[in-house]
Ligand binder design. Sequence first.
Ligand SMILES: [Zn+2]
Length: 120
Amino acid sequence: MSHAPQGSAGATRTCPHCRETILESASVCPACRHKLRFAEPTSTATTSASTPLRVEGSFRNPVDNGAWEYSMVLTIRNERGEEVARKLVGVGAMRPDEQRTFTLSVEMNPAPTGGKRTWH
Ligand SMILES: [Zn+2]
């Protein structure tokens, strides 16, 4: 994990509700969806996040099948193909006639201005 300095693009903090590492600029925790207090009084405009990527898929285990186990793994790679993050989201089992829906969404926001851009 790379740690960007506070106030710059990619700066992170820990959600006080679920302890996930989230963006410092987030006003709502994407993990637990709790509202977070805004630390910066300067940010007046609340830009709605765009979701340039959203993938969803459902799997149903046939009735005449045995149980299946699954692992949901997410990876993030940079432009050189190097793995930046790899996360096991969840594991579980589907018994016959059970269904699971897996959704992946990527939210993007313009980075808060003011801090100097350290990327590229
Ligand atoms: Zn949270």
